[in-house]
Design a protein around this ligand. Structure first.
Ligand SMILES: *Cc1c(COP(=O)(O)O)cnc(C)c1O
Length: 258
């Protein structure tokens, strides 16, 4: 039963279709938003390595995972190391302090999208210092600041009102981190017939605050928002990174949901 379902998932088609929809949404986006064409992060959580190889074979390079242990296993898998040498892993889950040392040493870790407070930023900065001592050619660690735009208790992220302060802390006090921008998960199941997604509005407000406070070109501060159900709407509002899982890899088993 399991393998039959797997066989029916056409990841290659899923990647191509998603890229075409991204292209279309980007073309439609109002021209005043000067952000670059959005990056697709294919969210492969709970899905087997074979499906990642499929995606990689059609040119997909950015993959997202939100469980540390699962990312460790996939990033170190022999097949991935052999066949996906340019893969770029995005960590998109909750990162606990005691897992930091495991994650910073992973092969092809590209970005931590979920830096939600100063303490985590500080600890990542320290851990990356050690990584650089062992590998002097390493660049800075790419991060995004996670903002809790919906105010839900179970969601991580700094409060929108604190976003500028956290951005300042990371850029001024964490020399080993390269802060590319901001991200939100947001409330699930927004009804678009009632108007634009308030989480996306809130995140774009944080984007504007940070850009005006620090005199940054808005096109240069990344915005990670939008998932399978709403990445088109997110792009129309200014998203530059979309994290798409189930519409590429198929539905996930419920018990694995974060
Ligand atoms: C699982 C997950 C996604 C992808 O969700 P889909 O609805 O399957 O596209 C995106 N972002 C985060 C943080 C996730 O945990």
């Amino acid at each position: 039963m399991f393998s039959r379902i797997m066989a029916e998932v056409d990841v290659k088609l899923g990647i191509r279709t998603t890229l075409a929809r991204i292209e279309e949404a980007h073309a439609k986006r109002v021209q005043t938003i000067k952000a670059p064409k959005p990056l697709l992060v294919a969210v492969s959580k709970t899905k087997p390595v074979e499906l990642i190889l499929d995606g990689y074979s059609v040119g997909q390079r950015d993959f997202g995972e939100n469980y540390v242990q699962e990312l460790i296993e996939k990033a170190n898998s022999a097949k991935i190391l052999e066949q996906c040498q340019d893969i770029r892993w995005h960590f998109i889950g909750h990162l606990q302090t005691n897992k930091i040392n495991k994650i910073v040493n992973l092969p092809n870790l590209y970005m931590i999208e979920t830096v939600h407070n100063a303490k985590l930023a500080e600890n990542l900065n320290k851990a990356w210092e050690k990584v650089k001592t062992d590998n002097p050619n390493k660049q800075k660690l790419n991060v995004l600041i996670q903002i809790n735009t919906s105010g839900e208790d179970e969601k991580n992220g700094t409060e929108p009102a604190e976003a500028t302060n956290l951005y300042r802390f990371v850029t001024e006090k964490c020399p080993n981190l390269n802060c590319h921008g901001i991200m939100t998960i947001g409330r699930f199941g927004h009804d678009y017939s009632t108007g634009p997604n308030p989480d996306f509005i809130e995140l774009m407000k944080c984007h504007q605050d940070i850009c005006s406070t620090f005199g940054k070109d808005p096109a240069e501060l990344q915005v990670s928002m939008g998932m399978s159900d709403d990445f088109v709407q997110a792009i129309e509002m200014g998203s530059t990174i979309v994290r798409v899982g189930s519409s590429i890899f198929g539905a996930r088993a419920k018990k694995h949901e974060a």
